[in-house]
Design a protein. Sequence first.
Length: 602
Amino acid sequence: MGFCARKGMGINMSKGIIKKVAGPLVIAEGMRDANMYDVVRVSGQRLIGEIIEIHGDKASIQVYEETSGIGPGEIVESTNNPLSVELGPGLLGSIFDGIQRPLVDIMNAIGNNLSRGVDILSLSRSAKWHFEPQVNSGDYVEAGDIIGKVNETEIILHKIMIPVGIKGVIKTINEGDYTIEDIICVVEAEDGTLIDVTMLQRWPVRIGRPYKEKLSPDKPLVTGQRVIDCLFPIAKGGVAAVPGPFGSGKTVVQHQLAKWAEADVVVYIGCGERGNEMTDVLNEFPELKDPKTGHSLMKRTVLIANTSDMPVAAREASIYVGITIAEYFRDMGYSVALMADSTSRWAEALREMSGRLEEMPGEEGYPAYLGSRLAQFYERAGKVISLGKDNREGTLSVIGAISPPGGDISEPVSQATLRIVKVFWGLDSNLAYKRHFPAINWLTSYSLYADKMGKWFNSNINECWTAQRARFMRLLSDEAELEEIVKLVGIDALSPPERLKLESARSIREDFLHQDAFHEVDTYTSLYKQYKMMELILKFYDETVEAIKHGATVESLVKLPIKEKIGRFKYTPNENVDDEYNLIIQSIKEQVDKLLVQEEEV
């Protein structure tokens, strides 16, 4: 299955005549020679579209641009090629629209307003890249083998791979400066045919890129967000959903993950969200420094912007374009994180096209195939052994935001997603109104990776990690039950140990789970520091439980000065963590003992 070569755009085109235009849907006759998912050019304005349904010689086409002014009788031409993305050096740091048109190049060519029918190639044909071969003439190569490298950015080494469908012996390969269309290598196939290899590949977006084997994820994707890493971890190669109502912080969570997740490459898809949110990304990411390298975060990021004011049909294509680019970097052996914000807007595009096609609607008007389309998208995530002789491992983690109307996760998109993903970070509007961010509800969220990732945390951070996490979860759960009692009969009905549980749970919420995304220290917390924070909170709880048994009062214990120091520990820079931790541990014991002496004297 080789998709590296493409038929000529003007050769053997199937032509048809427009019979009907309904918004982004165009129906054309005379398209008997066309195929499903072929890219077409609509009318004299050469609008880009894709065939999504064929009946006899009638083709239904979803057009990825505004169709106003287009009418019956105009020509439709099929390119006889599926919607494909261009893969090669030049992807990183780029900003594309939903069908991989480079927005910066379009702006430079025609100005700030996106005109219809613009035909600008996705990757630059004039930029030259220094290619360094990793193999020699006479070597046998097959699909997926790395034949050379290009220093695309200061952070990421772009590995040039043999395209799918090619194998044979290398006849020539040369180091030098080349454009992505220049021949860098010639391979002699088994039948003697000479095949030219360039740095440019094309791949149909609706077909997942092949690999040798899919593996079970065994390492966490470290995000630096405490509520995620500690309570609801996601694996490298895992899938997660972030549903939440308007204003609950979905986009900020996505931004935080894009900035800090332990991924080599980030693909961020702004799919149908507001333009100002995408503007924030475009303004922030070039300014942010990668914590590992000190270079701009954009050097390892690909942005796909298809905001709510851009054509609806292109939303449907945008997530496939994004995940195909992500799979390409996964195949190089990198850890890739893909953020889709939000899949609800993508599902709305599906619903609109389904309605115009007059298909039988499913629940709430969504098409009956909504669940299978979502599954096809999320199933492309995972940890894999890539094609090629070196058996390199790559991971693709997918995090999809969901925007359920009114925050009701019983609606079809949320429910269909929850049947697929293994991590659910449920955002809560009540927490958001209380200014508790990230507003992930610890009582409704879950991670099916928690047990497996717990073994990694125990081995690599501290053997007590899972035990401490379990104690946190128990205290938070107990707090919810005790709060119900307090609402009914008041706090005086609780025993001192129960009131202490409430105070400790409050400390977990305010001092650990609450995290300031805009504070230079608190925005990211290393796993080592997270464990130290857990230890401090639980150490204080254990000491105060003992103090209660010896006659101390809850009121006097919670007023101890050390409690404020525990709360401010999260703002301690990494280089001072150990010193501050030792100081607080020592002070907890001293202050509790001193209080007991004072209580006895009284």
